[in-house]
Every structure is written in structure tokens, then in C-alpha cells.
Design a protein around this ligand. Structure first.
Ligand code: ADP
Ligand code: MG
Ligand code: ZN
Length: 479
């Protein structure tokens, strides 16, 4: 079903968990590391041995404040840590330390761009909490527990239900991922679980004020699946209402293979968690001067760079948005642009040829030096090589380092822009393609493509296509 044409609209709020890459866990001195052997980063505190006490790692507060400032939140000078009680085999204390009524950051927003324009998604709150351990289910039917992740710091970013479409949801998540990478608080990798998203979705008739009953879909781990889960759940809810049914408030699981959501459990309410202030911890205090220090330490973010690129390099809004989303890419672009006379050529090389390499969750590291790409952009910009050759050189650059300028000279790949060299080739191409010439004269302008193609073939793709076209037209008109 097409969401745009429906008489209903989706109302979506996202809860995003981000694993912070602080040096130590949130309440003990264990290191935060991903991928080590199970239970090698544990201690009596994060294993919840009786008699141990938590001590808040202040770096977690600092990281969360960075996220709060980057999303235009108010920062509370004093907030509280609460116990959220529930039982799970990888939650040894049988409660999670989190923040309920008095979170650290409040009332922010994130602006997102989609094909339909710009919209502002309000952030209700950002709070700090601890992650649980991980269950590993073996094929023998037993389950093992790895507590390395227990006590890894998280922030939860809760949006207002301001999102209306799958595109908007994905744009919002991309913005958050960009934000956590720019501020250096997390690697934001969805495939490793450092950025996880719960989707809350209800529907209502377009124009209606009142919110419908929402369904929550837990932990969907790619942009693509989030978009598909939204569309699938929207369709399901619309058909229930159309048949006169009622939406149940529940938690559902999205299954990628069947593209369906299925029920996990009926939704618990806040009251079920028996929240209360943790008696073992003090309040979280942060002074205004420290907040200011943190504000100063935040690097120039995507928004600001975007405006600069549009201004300095005459890039389009879309181009600038894509180039600045990832800090590694933006830094790369800036380093290369400072060495090239053709920033627009550079930008298009990065967007079309390079960015697919580190889309979503691949290691954000570019496999070539910015100077090399700058040299290639200049060869293209000066029309010394054509785009075919450009692609070929770029492929080689990705395989191993080489000097583009020297390479195209040695391999004789320079574009032929010299009329005297081209003339005999063009003449013979015309002589061998009299049909095309006649067609062209009868008004079929595209006919000369065949002649151009011939010349390109004869020159192993090195002729300058625009010049070839010009010469053909001159010669045809002469006789
Ligand atoms: P809880 O803490 O029980 O999960 P919250 O009120 O904090 O509930 O909301 C969680 C998320 O659900 C938020 O992102 C919020 O925007 C979203 N949400 C709340 N009500 C609705 C609704 N009727 N439709 C869609 N999303 C909703
Ligand atoms: Mg929730
Ligand atoms: Zn520990």
C-alpha cells in the first residue's frame, strides 16, 4: 500500500539506544570493548554480586551532554538515576539503572531533509542508562550468558511522535548516526548493535488530532528494515481499522524474511517497572561551566559544514548533505578540495564512486589518500582524461597507491584533444558510416552517435567526445 495515497497517516516516535564508547563501563572500572571473548570484561559490580556498590563514571555524563547539546536539548544541572525493575537472565540485578522522571537532557530537536522537504523532529528526552549482558543461544538448545556488555553505558534518545513516513524515520536516524560520530561518543554501527532502534507506530485519519493506539517494534537493525517494518505495520493497522477492528497496544517483532510483524507480548506500562530512585547513587550534578566546556569541545558539525560547502564550492543542498553526513567523508573531501581546482568534480567522484564503499556499517575509512583523488579530479577537470579513463584510474587507486598524473602519461591514456590527430580518424569513420550521415541529414540527430562511437573505439576510448562531435558536424556540413 502506498502511504502517501492512504486516507490514514502514520504517527511514528523512535526510541534510539546508542552505546557510548567511553573507556570504562558506567558504574565500574571494566573496560568497554566489543568482540572480545565472553566474560573477559567483568567484575563483582557489573556481575551484581551482593554487597557491591555502583559509582557513576562521569565521562558518561559528559558524552550524554554532547549528544544533548548537538540535538539542541536543555541540559539539567541535576538529574536522577532510577531503578527500572524487570527480570531477564542477562540482567543479573533484576533491575536496570536508568533515568525515568528526571532525565539529563530535555526538549531538543533534529531537522531532517527528505524528498518532501525539511521537517523538525522534536526530541523529548535523552537519558543515560546501563546496557544488559547478552544471551547466546546454542544449536544444542541451551543458552549461555556473556556479561561483557553488562554495564556498558547507553544513552536513549526518545523522539516525540513527529515522524510521518519511512523516509523521515530513516533521515532522522541517519542524522543521529552522523551526530554520534561527529561528537565522537559512539561509532554508531547498527550491525554491531551500537545504534539500536525501537519504532512506535500508530495510525489516524489524516487531519485528525488524536493519537491512535501504538504498537512498538523492538530492535530493528538496519535502515532498510526499519523502512520496510514501518510500511508493513502501517498496512496491517490500516486493514484492521478498515475491517472495523481495534488496534491492541503491544510489542511486535518485525521478521525480515516474511516482511510481517508478529506479536511478542502485550505492552507493559511504566507502572509495571516499579521505578524508584536508586538509593546507592547520588544525584547526577553538572555545573554550567562544565556544560560550556563541553559545548566548546564539540567539533564543527554537519549542518555548519553543509552551509559552507554550498557557499564555497557551489554544491547543491543534496550533495552537501551527503558529503557532510559522515565526518570521515567530510574530512576527506575537505583535505582533497584544498589540493584540487575542481571541488565539484571531487564531490561527484566521492558520491558516485566512493560513498557506496562505506554506506551504512562498513568501516568508515577511505582506502586512498586525498591528494590522489585531488590529482585525478584535476585531470578530469582539465579534460586531460575523459570519464571512462577516470573510472579506470580510480579503480586502480583503490587497489593500490599510484600517481594518477604519471600513470596516465606512461600508459598513454591522455585524452586526444588535438584536431590534427583526430582528423583522419574522424574522416574514415564518416566514410564508413554513410547511412548515419544520411539519417542525420534527414533530421535524425542521434544518428551521429554511431560515428562518435566508431572514433572512440578507434582511439581506445581516448578521444575527446565533444570535440569529435564538433568535427563530425563540420565535416558533414562541408560536403
Ligand atoms: P514508553 O516509555 O512506555 O515506551 P513513551 O511515552 O516514553 O513510552 O513513548 C515512547 C515512544 O513512543 C516515544 O518515541 C513517543 O514519541 C512514541 N509514542 C507515544 N505515543 C505514540 C503514539 N500514539 N503513536 C506513535 N508513537 C507514539
Ligand atoms: Mg519504550
Ligand atoms: Zn565491571
Amino acid at each position: 500500500m502506498n502511504m502517501k495515497d492512504s486516507k490514514y497517516e502514520a504517527v511514528i516516535g523512535l526510541e534510539v539506544h546508542v552505546e557510548l564508547k567511553t573507556k570504562h563501563k558506567i558504574f565500574c572500572d571494566c573496560e568497554v570493548v566489543f568482540g572480545d571473548p565472553p566474560n573477559t570484561h567483568v567484575c563483582p559490580v557489573c556481575l551484581a554480586m551482593p554487597g557491591t556498590l555502583p559509582v557513576l563514571n562521569h565521562e558518561v555524563v559528559e558524552f550524554a551532554v554532547r549528544a544533548g547539546l548537538a540535538t539542541h536539548c536543555e541540559i539539567s544541572h541535576s538529574s536522577r538515576i532510577d531503578r527500572k525493575n524487570y527480570y531477564y537472565p542477562d540482567l543479573a540485578k533484576a533491575y536496570q539503572l536508568s533515568q525515568a522522571e528526571e532525565p539529563l537532557c530535555l526538549n531538543g530537536y533534529v531537522d531532517v531533509i527528505t524528498e518532501d522537504g525539511t521537517s523538525r523532529i522534536r526530541v523529548n528526552r535523552i537519558h543515560i542508562e546501563e546496557d544488559a549482558g547478552k544471551l547466546i543461544h546454542t544449536d544444542k538448545g541451551s543458552s549461555l550468558v556473556d556479561m561483557n556488555r553488562a554495564g556498558v553505558p547507553l544513552i536513549e534518545i526518545v523522539s516525540e511522535p513527529d515522524i510521518r513516513t519511512a523516509d523521515e524515520a530513516v533521515a532522522y536516524l541517519r542524522k543521529l548516526r552522523s551526530m554520534v560520530r561527529y561528537t565522537g561518543i559512539s561509532d554508531g554501527r547498527m550491525n554491531e548493535g551500537s545504534l539500536r532502534c525501537d519504532v512506535n507506530l500508530s495510525i489516524r485519519e489524516k487531519g485528525a488530532e488524536q493519537l491512535g493506539t501504538r504498537v512498538e517494534m523492538k530492535n530493528i537493525n538496519s535502515f532498510n528494515y526499519i523502512a520496510r517494518a514501518i510500511e508493513s505495520e502501517f498496512t496491517r493497522q490500516v486493514s484492521i481499522l478498515e475491517e472495523g477492528g481495534r488496534i491492541e497496544q503491544e510489542t511486535r517483532r518485525y521478521d525480515e524474511k516474511s516482511d510481517q510483524t508478529t506479536v511478542m507480548r502485550s505492552k507493559e506500562d511504566a507502572a509495571d517497572y516499579r521505578y524508584f530512585p536508586d538509593p546507592d547513587l547520588c544525584r547526577v550534578e553538572i555545573e554550567e561551566d562544565e556544560i560550556e566546556e563541553i559545548r566548546k569541545s564539540i567539533p564543527k558539525m554537519a549542518e555548519e559544514r553543509k552551509a559552507e560547502y554550498i557557499e564555497m564550492f557551489s554544491l547543491s543542498e543534496y550533495e552537501a548533505e551527503r558529503l557532510t553526513e559522515d565526518k570521515v567523508v567530510a574530512d576527506f573531501f575537505e583535505a582533497a578540495a584544498s589540493k584540487s581546482r575542481y571541488p565539484k568534480v571531487l564531490s561527484s567522484l566521492i558520491m558516485t564512486e566512493l560513498s557506496p564503499l562505506f554506506e551504512d556499517d562498513s568501516e568508515a575509512e577511505l582506502p586512498l589518500a586525498p591528494e590522489r583523488l585531488a590529482a585525478l579530479a584535476d585531470l578530469l577537470g582539465d579534460e586531460k582524461i575523459n570519464s571512462n579513463t577516470g573510472k579506470k584510474v580510480l579503480r586502480l587507486l583503490l587497489e593500490g597507491d599510484l600517481d594518477p598524473e604519471a600513470y596516465v602519461r606512461e600508459e598513454n591514456l591522455l585524452q586526444i584533444t588535438d584536431r590534427a590527430t583526430l582528423l583522419p580518424i574522424v574522416k574514415s569513420a564518416i566514410a564508413n558510416n554513410q547511412r548515419a550521415v544520411e539519417d542525420y541529414r534527414k533530421g535524425k540527430e542521434t544518428a551521429i552517435k554511431a560515428i562518435i562511437g566508431r572514433v572512440m573505439k578507434e582511439t581506445s576510448g581516448r578521444a575527446y567526445p565533444l570535440l569529435v562531435e564538433e568535427m563530425i558536424l563540420e565535416l558533414i556540413k562541408e560536403d
